[in-house]
Ligand binder design. Structure first.
Ligand code: HEC
Length: 431
């Protein structure tokens, strides 16, 4: 079954990666904001920020222009499977724990949680009028929650997992799932129009003219007319599709398959116009930039990457070695290079700046989670650690999750040689 394969592959990836990737790919001078594959991705309403969800149980808010991580959010007990941008500039995250968190435009603390689904959340979608959030779960339930508040309505319950959601431009909800069906739900809550396809439906996207793209566990992208009949079929790969995204306007489409093919399709003809060529494939999640010129992907390599949405050319990871605006203080050159992996989240200046982690200025001699003005995880305040060359080295020898349980900092370890260089650099740079 597709669902089992997907989950097994995800768990295997998540389990294998920390061992495989010795440290954050420092050799390539890249950083990972996540400690596991990036499962979900959305561009926020301002077009300048994105939110990603990961198997590592966290969500990260990215500044796409400044190339920094603005916040690491740990509010779920389980993989963050789905994210959705909200019209007010905020976003929603849905996770394996069945919970859905709603964040406001500042994106730092959840404003509220919706009534949990009994089973893991598989998909989220916002209605075109911006007033309702649809959520789907592995138990087959689909709900519509008014974003202004008020009770959620249950939109039918299938006996098998619902994997995908999309809204047509006229406001009707479309669901797809393990039972091989695509269902188009009328607005009055009546009986849906049901179309049965040859394979489980793993992903959906709304296209121009009320059409729908459905990504199958058989590796086929099907374009359905507004009445549900299949108009075009495109074979992408002989393995399940994991993600679909429509470009703004719905005339173009990106489709990702589990073995690594990512196709850019013309929705009218269904033809593959380009394939992504570059590192970091396969990917688990896709999102077009607001102007449609770039495509963002979230991958098994834990990175958010940027691509030319016409040619499929790789443009780089969202976070490169370090933000272009940073001028690092002098210090051990190798250590400065290693610090490149920290710089997306940490500054070295007294004022701290607007990044996901606290400034490391004055780090040595400081008690853990004691810097005023930064909102540390409560669990850290109970730990008896004072930062010194030895304790910081230990942090990245055993990894933040083991050394500082309850931390928001993504899981990462650093080789002995690089740790020594990093400490030498921090000893001068944090003064
Ligand atoms: C994706 C963002 C991210 C990256 C990359 C990252 N960190 Fe962090 N770091 C954080 C966050 C968030 C915290 C706060 C943890 C909490 O409150 O749960 C933190 C906390 C810390 C602390 C404890 C600070 C204190 O005052 O107690 C140290 C030390 C630290 N990080 C060092 C590093 C170093 C060195 C690197 C690079 C090897 C690094 N971090 C990479 C996000 C990050």
């Amino acid at each position: 079954m597709a669902e089992v394969r997907l989950i097994a592959a995800g768990a295997a990836l998540a389990a294998a990666l920390p061992g495989l990737v010795a440290f954050l790919g420092i050799a390539q001078a890249e950083m990972r904001g996540h400690g596991g594959p990036v499962r979900a991705l959305a561009i926020l309403a301002d077009g300048q920020r994105a939110v990603s969800g990961s198997f590592d149980q966290s969500a990260v808010v990215w500044d796409l222009d400044g190339e920094t991580a603005l916040a690491v959010l740990r509010v779920h007990d389980g993989a963050v499977n789905a994210v959705a941008a909200l019209p007010d500039g905020g976003f929603a995250t849905g996770a394996e724990d069945g919970r859905i968190a709603i964040f406001g435009p500042d994106g730092r603390e959840p404003a509220r949680f919706l009534d949990p689904h009994p089973d893991p959340i598989t998909a989220l979608a916002v209605a075109p009028d911006g007033r309702r959030l649809a959520s789907a779960s592995r138990d087959g339930t689909v709900r519509l929650t008014p974003l202004a508040g008020g009770p959620a309505a249950t939109v039918g319950a299938a006996a098998s997992p619902v994997h995908a959601l999309a809204f047509l431009s006229d406001g009707r909800l479309v669901t797809g799932g393990a039972d091989l069906t695509v269902r188009i739900w009328p607005d009055d809550g009546g009986t849906p129009r049901t179309v049965t396809l040859p394979a489980p439906v793993n992903a959906l996207a709304a296209l121009a003219g009320g059409e729908i793209a459905a990504g199958g566990a058989d590796g086929v992208v099907r374009i359905l007319r507004p009445d549900g009949s299949v108009r075009a079929e495109t074979d992408l790969e002989a393995g399940p599709l994991v993600a679909l995204a429509a470009a703004p306007g719905g005339g173009r489409l990106a489709a990702a398959a589990i073995r690594g093919v990512v196709g850019l399709l013309d929705a009218a003809s269904g033809r593959i116009e380009a394939r992504l060529v570059g590192p970091g494939l396969p990917v688990w999640s896709l999102a077009f930039a607001r102007d449609g010129a770039q495509l963002f992907t979230g991958g098994g390599d834990r990175l958010v990457r940027r691509w030319d949405a016409r040619t499929g050319e790789h443009l780089g990871s969202v976070i490169l070695a370090r933000p272009a605006s940073d001028r690092l203080p002098d210090g051990d050159p190798r250590g400065a290079q290693v610090f490149g992996a920290c710089a997306a989240c940490h500054t070295l200046t007294p004022d701290g700046g607007n990044r996901a982690g606290p400034t490391l200025h004055g780090l040595f001699g400081r008690r853990i989670a004691s810097l005023p003005g930064y909102n540390f995880s409560p669990a850290l305040k109970r730990l008896d650690i004072v930062w010194s060359p030895e304790t910081v080295s230990r942090l990245f020898e055993v990894g933040p999750a083991r050394y500082t349980p309850g931390t928001k900092m993504p899981e990462q370890t650093v080789s002995a040689e690089d740790r020594a260089a990093l400490i030498r650099f921090l000893e001068t740079a944090t003064r």
